[in-house]
Every structure is written in structure tokens, then in C-alpha cells.
Write a protein that binds this ligand. Structure first.
Ligand code: IPM
Ligand code: MG
Length: 368
């Protein structure tokens, strides 16, 4: 049997630092669990632009199509702010998502007990929170045509188009229903059917998939603005949320912050199964490249580490090992270890990015 293959695209800003900690964990799995990954590395984002004049080289794109899973750090930085839109670092990420057809973006928002005080909300609102946002990732206003800045008489007009086909809604709805079945069996779908036709269609299609294929899953619908309000009021009412690309972008940042730190949250972007049965997959932290703290040992590697845990679970069918890694993270937090982003009023032991990675590896060792 061939080893599972991983393409690492560490990217910009804190990406390489947090990825270095994931490398320690990948190595640990090779040394201690006999799971050797074939790891290759390449560039994406600003660093790829610096070298190749494009945020994602065609060769890198081809490699991404060829591996079992891609693990990405973060892209972007102020240095690239004035670049033409077509070569901005973010375009590299968007191209990966689009060409790999990664339509289902899983963004869990989980509140670790040790960090419940960290949220800007009251502790009882967030303690024990465990929700999953499924964001449609390859369509909607991010990709719809026409798009651009056009001349209209004496002024310019900026245009983007929200567009969803029935089959695009169906497939992401199925992903969300399947996840709901494995969790609390509850799905809430969010759109703006009160103002957008794409929202009307979204609601209709999700309801039909629910009625015909998943009658056992409790399905509800909410307008996305009300959903944002309910997420801040009482987030524990939700289990799985399914929503479109743009609403999902906003709602997942909101949900992430409920848990106290963006530095904690992983994500998985999944597409259709490949010939070997594994889904096309890309894993990345929800946080960005944080150029303001890059290179200072301040970054929290946990979101990236937990993204690798999601890879173990969703790409490599290693749920028990994913549980082990998630538990190791919980333990170091319970022990009071805190990277700079987690230094709240309650104190704790201030550790660097690399010390946090080492502590997680030590907790993994202790788990054997
Ligand atoms: C995200 C990010 C991206 C998005 C950017 C970096 C293109 O905000 O993954 O949520 O808007 O999808
Ligand atoms: Mg975002």
C-alpha cells in the first residue's frame, strides 16, 4: 500500500510558523504510530507571487490535484495590497478551491472548557459550544458572472453576481445533512429568501433534499441576518448550519469569535470522492496570515494542528487518531499553556508557537 500523500502549502505571514508545528506532529505519527505521510511542499499566495509572478503556479495546482490532501497555512499580507486583483495572494486560495471543486467547507466552532472565559460573551452562553458551519465554497457571489468594474455613462459600476444552480445547492445540502446525522441530527439552513431569488431556490432545494432523503434530520430555515443575531444570542441552539459562500464567510468568523480566539479554529474543504474513495480535500486554519505578528513566535499553531486532525478524520479515516490529537490540544490548554493570543485576565503559562507545538507532541507521547 502506498503512503497517504500530503501537499503542504504554508503560504505567507504566520503560515510557515504554524505549519512548522504541524510538521512535528506529522513526524510524530510517522515515528510513533507507524503512519508515514508522503509530504511535499510548495508555494501559495504572496510567496508564490514573489517567485513566479502568480499566487499559484500551474505545477502547484497540478500537484494539489494529485495528492490525498492539501494542508494550507495562510495567504496574504500588506505588501500585496496594491497588486492587481487577478494576482492577489487570495486568488491562489480561491483557485485551489474552485479547480479542486471543494464545495463543502466545514468550519467547526467549538469552545474549549479551558477558554470559556475568553469569549466576549457570557461564559454560560458559550461553555460547551460545539457547532459546525457548512459553507458552500465554490459558487455564489464569489464566482458568479458577470463580475467586474465597468463603465456606465460617466461613472463606473462594480458588479458581482450571486448565482446558484440546483445541483450546487443539492450537493452541499447533502454534505450538511450527512454531518448532522453524525452529530446532533439538527440542521439549520440560512439564506435571504426574503430578498434574494437565489435564497428562495436555496430554501426550496434544501427542504426537498431534507423531505426526500433525510426525513430523520430536524431541518429549520433562518434568514442569515437573523441567524447572525441568534448565533450571538444563544449559539447552543444550533448543531449544523448550512449556508452559501458569502454568508458562510461572515457567519463563520462570527461563530469563531464566540469561542474566544480565531487562533483555535480549523477548517476542511471537501469535494467529490477521488478514484481511491477519499474526497478531494484541503485543510486550513480559519485565521489569516496575521502579518503584524509574523516571525515573532506569537502565533497560535492550534488552528493549524486541528486542521491536520480534521485531515486524519475526513481524508484518512483515522478518527481515533484525530480524537487523540484533539484531546492532546485540550490537555495543553487545560494545563494553562497559552500563546500570546490567549493571554487573558486569568493568566496561564505564556508559550511561544514552537513551545506550544512541543507541548502538544508531549501530550501525544503521554497518550500512548
Ligand atoms: C476565508 C477567507 C477567504 C474567503 C479569503 C482569504 C479569500 O476570508 O477563508 O474565510 O473570503 O473565503
Ligand atoms: Mg473569511
Amino acid at each position: 500500500m502506498t503512503n497517504p500523500s500530503l501537499l503542504i502549502l504554508a503560504g505567507d505571514g504566520i503560515g510557515p510558523e504554524v505549519m512548522a508545528e504541524v510538521r512535528k506532529i506529522i513526524d510524530w505519527y510517522g515515528a510513533r504510530r507507524g503512519v508515514t505521510f508522503d509530504v511535499s511542499e510548495d508555494l501559495v499566495g504572496g510567496c508564490a507571487y514573489d517567485k513566479h509572478g502568480t499566487p499559484l503556479h500551474d505545477d502547484t495546482m497540478a500537484k494539489a490535484q494529485d495528492v490525498d490532501a492539501v494542508l494550507l497555512g495562510a495567504v496574504g499580507g500588506p505588501k500585496y495590497d496594491n497588486l492587481d486583483f487577478s494576482v492577489k495572494p487570495e486568488r491562489g486560495l480561491l483557485r485551489l478551491r474552485k479547480e479542486m471543486d471543494l464545495y463543502a467547507n466545514l468550519r467547526p466552532a467549538q469552545c474549549f472548557d479551558a477558554l470559556a472565559d475568553f469569549s466576549s460573551l457570557k461564559k454560560d452562553v458559550v461553555a460547551g459550544l460545539d457547532i459546525m458551519i457548512v459553507r458552500e465554497l465554490t459558487s455564489g457571489v464569489y464566482f458568479g458572472e458577470p463580475r467586474g468594474i465597468f463603465k456606465e455613462g460617466n461613472e463606473r459600476v462594480g458588479i458581482n453576481t450571486q448565482r446558484y444552480t440546483e445541483s450546487e445547492i443539492e450537493r452541499v445540502a447533502r454534505s450538511a445533512f450527512e454531518l448532522a446525522r453524525k452529530r446532533g441530527n439538527k440542521l439549520c439552513s440560512m439564506e435571504k429568501a426574503n430578498v434574494m431569488e437565489s435564497g428562495v431556490l436555496w430554501r426550496e432545494v434544501v427542504q426537498r433534499i431534507g423531505d426526500t432523503e433525510y426525513p430523520d434530520v430536524e431541518l429549520s430555515h433562518m434568514y442569515a441576518d437573523a441567524g447572525a443575531m441568534q448565533l450571538t444570542r444563544w449559539p447552543k441552539q444550533f448543531d449544523v448550519i448550512v449556508t452559501d459562500n458569502l454568508f458562510g464567510d461572515l457567519l463563520s468568523d462570527l461563530a469563531a469569535m464566540l469561542t474566544g480566539s480565531l487562533g483555535m479554529l480549523p477548517s476542511a474543504s471537501l469535494g467529490a470522492p477521488m478514484a481511491n474513495g477519499r474526497p478531494k480535500a484541503l485543510y486550513e486554519p480559519v485565521h489569516g496570515s496575521a502579518p503584524d505578528i509574523a516571525g515573532q513566535g506569537k502565533a497560535n499553531p492550534i488552528a493549524c494542528v486541528l486542521s491536520f486532525a480534521m485531515a486524519l478524520r475526513y481524508s484518512f479515516d483515522m478518527g481515533t487518531e484525530a480524537d487523540r490529537l484533539e484531546k492532546a490540544v485540550e490537555e495543553v490548554l487545560a494545563d494553562g499553556l497559552r500563546t500570546a493570543d490567549l493571554m487573558g485576565p486569568e493568566g496561564g503559562a505564556h508559550v511561544t508557537t514552537s513551545q506550544m507545538g512541543d507541548a502538544i507532541v508531549a501530550a501525544l507521547n503521554a497518550s500512548l
